[in-house]
Ligand binder design. Structure first.
Ligand SMILES: Cc1cc2nc3c(=O)[nH]c(=O)nc-3n(C[C@H](O)[C@H](O)[C@H](O)COP(=O)(O)O)c2cc1C
Length: 182
């Protein structure tokens, strides 16, 4: 698949079937994260791959994310600001970790998996279950599984969203060429 194809293929699907997550699969995802650029090559990210401990992490899911109970791997994405560049008001750790998370998501997509980042969880439960130190911010969980056609665990709205990608804002609201607002 070309990069363009992988970008197009990726979707935040919620209907998931179980999938065997091997050590090789996890290492492929680690490799994608590891090659991500970061300020001064600081590599501020700490990713915790929860496979055998996944049932404990699922206790942290918000009710709106009950669909994620069908996942086979959950990746907790964490960082702390002192591990990366801080230039005046610019704190780069979340930026670098976001790029690394997207690299993982794209590689997972290429491997035929769904990789869906979420913000709806109780970080303190995740912290306790995975032993994440207090100073690390748990910025997202990436929910990983195999895409399914069974939408029975989804709300009506979520099932509808499976069929087509949520609309994007028009380019003219978001992108400018040669100057702000142009
Ligand atoms: C930081 C972040 C948090 C998100 N949190 C949730 C969430 O808690 N639950 C959920 O179902 N989807 C969540 N999503 C998925 C978005 O809703 C989804 O990416 C967006 O609607 C666009 O759809 P698409 O990714 O299929 O193109 C989140 C995505 C991001 C990047």
């Amino acid at each position: 698949m070309s990069v363009r194809d992988v970008i197009n293929e990726r979707r935040a699907y919620r209907a998931l079937d179980p999938v065997d997550i091997t050590r090789d699969t996890i290492e492929e995802l680690m490799e994608a994260v590891s090659l991500t650029p970061s300020c001064f090559n600081n590599q501020p990210w700490r990713f915790i791959f929860s496979r055998d401990s996944i049932e404990e992490v699922k206790e942290a899911l918000s009710s709106g994310n009950a669909w994620a109970k069908s996942s086979s791997l959950i990746v907790a994405v964490t960082s702390r600001k002192e591990d990366d560049c801080i230039i005046k008001d610019r704190e780069y750790h979340h930026f670098d970790v976001g790029m690394a998370a997207y690299a993982l998501i794209l590689r997972a997509t290429e491997l035929g998996l769904v990789a869906h980042p979420i913000a709806g969880y109780d970080p303190e439960i995740v912290r306790e279950k995975l032993g994440i130190p207090d100073e690390f911010s748990i910025i997202t969980l990436i929910i990983i599984g195999k895409h399914s056609n069974d939408t029975s665990l989804l709300s009506e709205k979520q099932a509808e969203t499976e069929k087509r990608r949520p609309e994007r804002k028009p380019f003219s609201d978001l992108f400018f060429i040669d100057g702000w607002g142009i």
